[in-house]
Design a protein around this ligand. Structure first.
Ligand code: UDP
Length: 333
């Protein structure tokens, strides 16, 4: 029987899908979330406990460790608006880099040495070569990416000093929702492409702005690697398994290896919904690299993980199930 797992930020988008996945695998899961961006209603499994609190609250975390004796921590809790990180960097360095130190201090005190970290392809910045392998230089171009990269460094140093083992998962573009439409992506404000395309379909926004049509890509729009949120969830389970079996620290890209342009997302959405997407072609958004694409080989070889969903229509279809389902893409609390 595996030890309980502490999931910080487990009421957020990727966190809540991972919590559901872990609970289905039989893990005892305790979620720590301050509900600033997370949603109480995103916790749908009766056996999962939600503790409302901050990752910087050492006394609370210490108490939780004493109560549950966690075997691993999965750390999602973070802010993730790139634009805001540029205008308010201290908020990002405080929350994404500094606050987790309290959590790590408690882990050191309690002797818990298994850590799964939500990192990001934003740590690579504008890639020198495509597809991106883990050894690509990490030169983030915004404070969000730097706040995550700095924590990767902290985790490495903790490994050297006291044997903390980390799997840093560098997500590409998380997308889609649980297939039953019970949980999904509810950001406020919502800036991500797939939900915004769907919001343009439902009329929640008047149209989709396509940011840039003059990129050096086949159709002139940016290319990204969209990864289904349930595939991200399964990678976290693999990472816990790897660490629990005494595996070494790793950093892995989580993507499909399939590049999809903004225009292709629009086409996929029209196919899935049977409706037309009202579109306006707009200037480039500052800081968008033309192309981000993962080489997911390392995760396959080292975690035995591979994305199940490689067709972006799967992501759009499940996101649509959430947006057009009973909750209409929004949690009550
Ligand atoms: N994008 C767009 N219109 C939008 C939102 C996003 O054209 O309303 C483009 C954006 O410029 C990028 C891609 O869609 O090329 C994915 O953006 P998103 O914000 O979803 O993820 P990012 O890659 O920035 O993390």
């Amino acid at each position: 029987m595996s030890l309980p797992v502490l999931v910080t930020g487990g009421a957020g988008y990727i966190g809540s899908h991972t919590v559901r996945f872990l609970a289905a695998q039989g893990y005892k899961v305790v979620v720590l979330d301050n509900l600033v961006f997370g949603h109480r209603d995103a916790i749908v499994d009766a056996g999962v406990e939600l503790v409302v609190g901050d990752i910087g609250d050492k006394a609370l975390i210490s108490k939780l460790f004493d109560q549950y004796g966690f075997g691993a921590v999965v750390h999602f809790a973070a802010y993730a608006y790139v634009g805001e990180s540029v205008t308010n960097p201290l908020k990002y360095y405080r929350n994404n880099t500094a606050e987790p130190l309290a959590l790590l201090e408690v882990m050191q005190e309690k002797g818990c040495k298994n850590f799964v970290f939500s990192s990001t392809c934003a740590t690579y910045g504008v890639p020198e070569s495509i597809p991106i392998v883990e050894s690509n230089p990490q030169n983030p171009i915004n404070p969000y990416g730097r706040s995550k990269l700095m924590l990767e460094w902290v985790l490495k140093d903790c490994d050297t000093a006291w044997g903390l083992k980390t799997v840093a998962l560098r997500y590409f573009n998380a997308s889609g929702s649980s297939e039953d439409g019970k949980i999904g992506e509810d950001h406020n404000p919502e800036t991500h492409l797939i939900p915004r395309v769907l919001m343009a379909v439902t009329g929640e926004i008047s149209h989709l702005d396509v940011f840039g049509t003059d990129y050096p890509t086949p159709d002139g729009t940016c290319i990204r690697d969209y990864i289904h949120v349930n595939d991200l969830a399964s990678a976290h389970a693999k990472a816990i398994g790897h660490l629990s079996a005494g595996g070494d620290s790793l950093a892995c890209n989580l993507g499909t290896g399939v590049g999809v342009s903004v225009k292709e997302i629009i086409t996929a959405t029209e196919e899935v919904t049977g409706r037309q997407v009202p579109v306006k072609y707009s200037p480039r958004r500052a800081g968008d690299p033309p192309q981000l694409l993962a080489d997911p080989t390392f995760a396959k070889e080292n975690l035995g993980w591979e994305a199940e969903h490689k067709d972006v229509r799967d992501m759009v279809r499940s996101a649509w199930a959430w947006m057009s389902g009973p909750r209409k893409g929004r949690y009550e609390s």
